[in-house]
Design a protein around this ligand. Structure first.
Ligand SMILES: [Zn+2]
Length: 368
């Protein structure tokens, strides 16, 4: 555990680790730990690459790298070397095997090669054991290595996969057959910001709160079954939303942001923005704007900007192509928009109120 994460887990451990107006500090504790691990894993990876190129022109190390790639040094390699290269080889044999100069200078070529290859093999084993992470891999964090954070939010294993789209995997996460509580998160590891991690970990936290109390997981909630289906996600990934609520795409995007699961996670991001700690500046303002637009939403303001031009035809196509049970209840787009108006007006007011209240939460932050 690095210095930074132990300071942080101490800090968060001492906080009253309970949700304050929906803001969860146990989520931040884990986000900071996980960010720290991701950063150091990636640093290790870039250091490793850097070392590979570092000693160009420095004789031995360059030779060493080439030879490591080539597996083993041969007598022919040795005989083809110039004096400086041979001196480097001998210097490393002296150093590694603790041999005197008089001894190595009298080694036969095959003896020198054999002693030198022992160094390469050792080096290879070392490099294997600190294998750098590469694209499309995973970071696995043992939750019990961080007892303070574990005590408040008990995840046995965090599996962070370098995969897009970024999401908390609510299908796989939860108690596994061996009894361990495992959280699976997909995100681009080289670009994982605290904003993203806090958002996804908030989803994980809400699910853990349910499952650890024996309640059904989020994947069984009414919202997930009626609205937040795989097809709903698919729609969002292939359509531009925006907060203006003047097109069906934008309205459907607002259904996503304001869903019970998402709004809780987005409010975490708004809290950090308002309290000076966000990697997504002005997020609180954007979320509040969406809330205001929803509160003032009128069914009549929506038009089709995507073919087919007729709003009804576009709607019919959406509900045909995407299995979203809540939407399929409305065959007529104006019925859907009327329903949406009532729903959005109420939810919009709630969002504005929530964002405004976040400003007044006073919790000391550590100096990071
Ligand atoms: Zn989310």
């Amino acid at each position: 555990m690095s210095q930074k994460s132990s300071i942080l887990s101490d800090y968060f451990g001492k906080l009253i680790l309970k949700e304050v107006r929906g803001i969860s500090f146990e989520v931040r504790a884990w986000a900071n730990i996980i960010k720290d691990v991701i950063d150091s894993e990636y640093k290790k990876y870039s250091d490793y690459n850097f070392m590979g190129d570092f000693d160009n022109g420095e004789g031995f190390d360059q030779t060493m790298n080439q030879l490591t790639d080539k597996r083993e040094l041969t007598v022919a390699d040795l005989l083809a070397m110039n004096k400086d290269e041979i001196d480097n080889i001998l210097a490393h044999i002296m150093d590694y095997h603790k041999l005197k100069y008089e001894r190595v200078i009298n080694l036969k070529p095959n003896e020198a090669v054999s002693l030198y290859n022992q160094i390469i093999d050792k080096d290879k084993i070392n490099k294997e054991s600190e294998k750098p992470i590469t694209k499309s891999t995973q970071i696995i964090i043992n939750g019990r290595d961080y007892p303070e954070a574990f005590a408040k939010f008990s995840v046995d294993k965090w599996v962070i996969s370098d995969k897009q789209p970024t999401e908390y995997d609510h299908v796989k996460s939860g108690y596994q057959d061996n009894g361990e509580y495992v959280v699976f998160i997909n995100c681009g590891l080289n670009s994982a910001s605290l904003f993203v991690l806090i958002h996804e970990i908030k989803h994980a936290y809400q699910d853990w709160q349910r499952m650890s109390k024996g309640k059904p997981p989020i994947r069984q909630s009414k919202e997930m079954q009626q609205l937040y289906t795989k097809d709903f996600e698919k729609f969002l990934l292939s359509h531009q939303g925006g907060f203006h609520l003047k097109t069906l795409d934008s309205v459907i995007y607002a259904y996503y942001v304001s869903s019970d699961a998402e709004i809780a996670a987005y409010l975490e991001g708004a809290y950090d923005d308002l309290h000076g700690g966000s990697s997504y500046p002005q997020f609180a303002g954007k979320l509040r704007e969406l809330g205001r637009n929803m509160a003032n939403f009128k069914a009549s303001q929506v038009d089709s900007d995507t073919p087919p031009k007729s709003l009804q035809k576009r709607w019919a196509k959406i509900i045909e192509d995407y299995n979203i049970p809540l939407f399929r209840k409305f065959k007529n787009v104006f019925d859907f928009l009327k329903y949406t108006e009532r729903k959005f007006n109420k939810k919009g007011q709630y969002i504005v109120k929530k964002v405004d209240k976040l400003r007044t939460i006073q919790i000391p932050r550590p100096n990071l």
